[in-house]
Design a protein around this ligand. Structure first.
Ligand code: SF4
Ligand code: SF4
Length: 648
């Protein structure tokens, strides 16, 4: 379809959507009217005001990388002022997006590594919660005596290695990528020349090569995208998960609840929003310690709830209930029951502040790189973590007294969920069936077709797409076809709210998958395992690679040959693009929606949706429709099964 037609079609669809077509979350539906009456404008309103979209930006055919522009490709101009073609603009724009995503995750990992370093040196009030994981990491990193060294000494060395590998400037492929990759992948990346030196250099190099007068070869630029995606996957996602598990514990399955109904009318409600557990874990602790102060202020206690990925982090380790994902974040404020929203970084809408100004809610920013005019800023310093967390919780308690009960409206909707599926936890469940060889039951079910394949549904919300609809309908379609779903990020919130993460949800699966879920669930002392397994936050997509690597090595095949796929069906962030590129680089075909800004270049579109398969064993696919997406994904899985000689 021509770009102009795509733009017009999207304009028509977005402008025509009634409230009930904007979201499938019943709490959001209930809150729309209340928010409007209170004067709160949300992303659902603003997305309409952005229509129609600029067709040049929509298709990637624009560039503002220097002051000779901005430039765009039109009927009379087939090059920018410097001579950059449309293919170059599209490839360069995509790479810059991926660099933004990779930078966010690598900086997240750097923050966790620094916290581990300060903790190990006794300078910050954190303890090592998973010593076994630390020792294992130390051994994989080749640190001598990692098995017996004093725990804090080892933590210091692991943290230093992490920081060195993030900043590496010349070594080709550090240890972090090697310890989490199969030999086959390392060789493929090496041959393509995309093995990242470390976390930061591919980002630095990527910014350099995309500035005016540098890389003008779209193919070479796409290789830069893969390199940046790999830097993200191993020096962002994997490193963050590894070190967070060491500091805060490796998740284990636990029950909790999701939906706006987790807010409590008589409690001080504090929502933790953002991405890292470094602050939110401390907020949970401080809230526990200050319950009595809340009671003195007239509340029954303190209720901490989670939003987005920091929510997922404290859910998977502490069982903290989830009030919503990204497109719930403004409407949660309109309940009038939120006393503070504490944010760290990433996915924090600046519009939270004007929304909060219509109520008594305090938006508390904490990161030196994330300040919003009108928010209260209490700078977080991990060396003073307990003190700062208490100060924030006390601010919420004080603010409870400002709450206007006549403005409180909490939707009743909430649903039970089971979260905390790390690979270690999954293996523990599987070991109840086969203690000698825990992966065997999983491999057997995949081989005989009881589990036809597995799909990771991940990523964000996007008001260009009806909220949660693609996440939920795609998952339902897949599990019905005996395809197991693993979820992270805002996708996981959507699945939880839709009941796909509670044990009874297994009834939504196909008959054969139901049998497996029941057998595994019973082994774990439950009615069944849910058909969608909560694998954590966005950085925890690393856990999915950990599982793929283990399966590939067990079966003696490459990851690209496994009957698996991934989908980011409502993505919005640059981080989702870099994670998706990493997934394709791993050999996992990845479905994305909405369309990335690449349609202006046939060269780039063909590379990513066709030729990538030859180069790397996987490609991007796109469909805006859940049923059609499931058909495409199932076909990818069936094709892999045919190649492996497995029954369909
Ligand atoms: S880099 Fe080239 S295409 Fe981009 S704005 Fe400058 S002159 Fe225009
Ligand atoms: S899934 Fe996307 S929107 Fe949600 S927290 Fe992660 S990056 Fe942000």
């Amino acid at each position: 379809m021509k770009v102009e037609s795509l733009v017009t079609k999207e304009k028509r669809e977005i402008e025509a959507r009634s409230d009930s077509e904007k979201t499938i979350d019943p709490a959001n539906l209930e809150m729309f009217e209340i928010a409007r009456k209170a004067g709160v404008e949300t992303a659902f309103d603003r997305v309409v005001k952005q229509e129609p979209k600029c067709p040049y930006c929509f298709s990637g055919l624009s560039c503002r990388n220097c002051a000779m522009g901005p430039c765009r490709i039109t009927a009379k101009a087939d090059r920018g002022v410097c001579g950059a073609t449309g293919d170059v603009m599209v490839a360069r724009g995509l790479l810059r997006n991926i660099l933004g995503g990779a930078a966010s995750h690598v900086d997240h990992a750097r923050h966790v590594a620094l916290t581990l370093l300060h903790a190990a040196r006794g300078e910050a009030p954190y303890q090592i919660k998973d010593e076994a994981k630390l020792r294992n990491l130390g051994t994989m990193l080749g640190i001598p005596n990692a098995e017996s060294m004093e725990v804090n000494k080892l933590a210091e060395q692991v943290a230093m290695r992490a920081l060195e590998e993030i900043g590496a400037t010349h070594a080709n492929g550090g240890t972090w990528i090697k310890m989490h990759s199969t030999q086959e992948r390392l060789e493929t990346w090496s041959k393509l020349g995309v093995l990242p030196e470390g976390g930061m250099l591919p980002i630095l190099e990527g910014m350099h090569r995309t500035s005016m007068g540098n890389d003008a070869d779209p193919v070479n630029l796409i290789l830069g995208c893969i390199k940046a995606g790999l830097a993200d996957g191993f020096y962002g996602l994997h490193m963050s998960t590894d070190l967070q598990d060491v500091l805060f514990g490796t998740p284990k399955p636990k029950f909790s609840e999701a939906g706006m109904g987790v807010l409590e009318a008589d409690y001080v409600n504090i929502a933790c929003h953002g991405h890292v557990p470094i602050l939110s874990e401390k907020i949970v602790e401080a809230a526990e310690a200050l319950q009595e102060e809340a009671k003195k202020a007239g509340a029954k206690g303190i209720n901490v709830v989670g939003i987005c990925c920091t929510g997922n982090e404290i859910l998977e380790r502490q069982g903290i209930p989830q009030v919503g994902n990204e497109l719930n974040s403004e409407l949660v404020i309109a309940t009038g029951a939120l006393d503070a929203m504490v944010v760290d970084y990433q996915c924090i809408f600046p519009a939270l502040v004007p929304a909060a100004q219509c109520f008594h809610t305090k938006i508390i920013t904490t990161a030196p790189i994330v300040k919003i005019p009108g928010a209260e800023h209490i700078e977080f310093d991990e060396k003073r973590a307990d003190e700062v967390a208490k100060e924030i919780v006390r601010r919420a308690i004080e603010n409870y007294k400002q709450r206007d009960p006549s403005k409180v409206h909490i939707p009743k909707f909430k649903t039970e969920l089971l979260a905390g599926f790390s690979v270690e936890a999954l293996l523990e469940v599987l070991s109840k069936i086969n203690s000698e060889d825990p992966l065997a039951p999983l491999v057997e079910s995949i081989a005989n077709g009881d589990i036809k394949g597995a799909v990771a549904i991940v990523g964000c919300n996007n008001p260009r797409v009806p909220h949660d609809l693609m996440h939920v309908e795609l998952a339902k379609e897949l599990v019905k076809r005996d395809i197991l779903v693993l979820a992270t990020g805002c996708a996981a919130h959507a699945h939880a709210k839709a009941g796909l993460m509670k044990p009874e949800g297994y009834k939504l699966a196909g008959e054969r998958l139901q049998r497996v879920l029941k057998a595994l669930g019973e082994a774990a002392g439950l009615e069944a395992l849910p058909p969608v397994l909560h694998f954590g936050s966005c950085v925890d997509n690393s856990r999915i690679n950990q599982l793929l690597k283990a399966l590939a090595e067990k079966l003696g095949v490459a990851i690209k040959d496994l009957p698996v796929a991934a989908s980011a069906p409502e993505y919005n962030t640059e981080k989702a693009l870099s994670i998706g590129t990493w997934a394709v680089a791993l050999g996992v075909t990845t479905h994305v929606n909405p369309l990335p800004r690449i349609t202006g270049s046939e060269v780039v579109t063909n590379l990513l949706t066709k030729d990538a398969e030859q180069l790397i064993g996987a490609k991007f696919i796109h469909s805006p429709d859940p049923k059609e997406s499931a058909d495409m994904i199932e076909e990818v899985i069936l094709e892999k099964r045919r190649k492996l000689g497995l029954p369909a």
